[in-house]
Each structure stands twice: as structure tokens, then as C-alpha cells.
Ligand binder design. Sequence first.
Ligand SMILES: [Zn+2]
Length: 245
Amino acid sequence: MKIADGVEALEITVNLMGRQTTIYPTLIWDRETVILVDAGFAGLEQKIQEAFEKAGVSFGRLNKVILTHQDIDHTGSLPGILAKSKHKIEVFASEVEKPYIEGDKPLVKMDPARRAKMFETIPEEQRKRLEAAFSSPPKSKVDVTIEDGEELPYCGGIIIISTPGHTPGHISLYHKQSKTLVTGDALIVADGQLSGPNSSAAFDIDEANKSLEKLAQYDIETIICYHGGVYKENAQQQVFQLANK
Ligand SMILES: [Zn+2]
């Protein structure tokens, strides 16, 4: 879905354990730079490439990937995307998330007790497949670490907002020109409503809720949630209300 000139919410629908689910990586670009924010489950390189072409952006122009956090539904296709490119693609993430993404630390949601709790409602066979995916997570090198409040000088300016909670070093992004907030998993859209972070998926739900206060400080016209997609109606006010719940 087109958000503004040079901003698109890609829609990638996958069949995940018998259920259709759609994820929304964000594409931000101008003449020099093409940035992909989050890189899907493993094996989606082709679908992501097709989504680029549909947005009118040549996949071969991709030169930066920003990861909001370490979860495998955000990092899975990155190794494949990097392998496809003929030139260097720079990978950005927070300092806290870097060792998890690079495989130097086990993913925070791989803790056995946490996994058991997350998977307790999932049927046995599906759980086994998830367990397998979690036990050999994708690894990619992070080239650039980014900090809270930092403004990346690309595409008119992208501000990094540290929003820990869903994972310890989770970040969100604010694209100044289009007043677009890219939330990663700090917020979700469910049944057309903007909602706070998903407690069953959060590393620290209290911290995740507290992080919403930071998002509420921005002049927001459009929100892109990785899970649930685009939200526009009174966007800023909705974030403010969620932050003050
Ligand atoms: Zn996610």
C-alpha cells in the first residue's frame, strides 16, 4: 500500500502452519537510497522482491536494511536477500539487538520456559515446526548500530526511537517527510483497531507499554505496524491514548 511518495507498506502474505498471515515490511526510498525495514520469515526473498517491483522500486537498488528487532519473522529472509544482491547492503540494528541477530547470543524468546508458555496453545505438530525454526535462527552481520534519538540522513530523515519491551533492544522509526511511524512490533493493528503490544509475544510487557509514551511525542499521520498493517485514523491521538492507558 502506498503511504506517500517514497514510502510503501509492503504486504507479504504467507501460509504459516495452515493459516494465512500477512506481514508488512516498510519500504522507504529516494534517488540514492532504498531502505527495507524488516525482512520477513525465512524463505520470502522472492515474495519480497515481487512486492518491491509492485511498488515500482527495482529490488537491485536495495542498499540498506533496518531491523527493528531480533525475532525470526523480522530477520528470516535477510540472509537470502543479502546473498541475492550484487552489491553491499548495509544492515542496521540497535546495539542491544546486534549480538542476537549475529547469532552470538541465543534469541531472547528461545528461553525454554518462555517458549513453552508461548507455544502452550499450539497443536503438537505445529509446535514441533516452530521449535525447529527457533533452534536454528537466521544469522546476519549488523554493519551499523543505531541509537535512540539518532536521525539517519536518508530519504529526508529517519529518526530512531528506542522502544524496548517486545525485545530488549526493539526500535521504531519515524520518517519525517511523510510523518510515518514504523512501529515494528511496538504496536499492532487487530480487527482494524490500533492496539498496544501483544503481551503473549512480549519479552517485557510493562516495558513495552512504557515505550508507547515515547511514540506519543511524534507528529504522526500514518502508522505502519508489521503485524496488522496501516493505520491512519486520528493516528497520533490513538497512540497518545494507548500510551496513557
Ligand atoms: Zn513480529
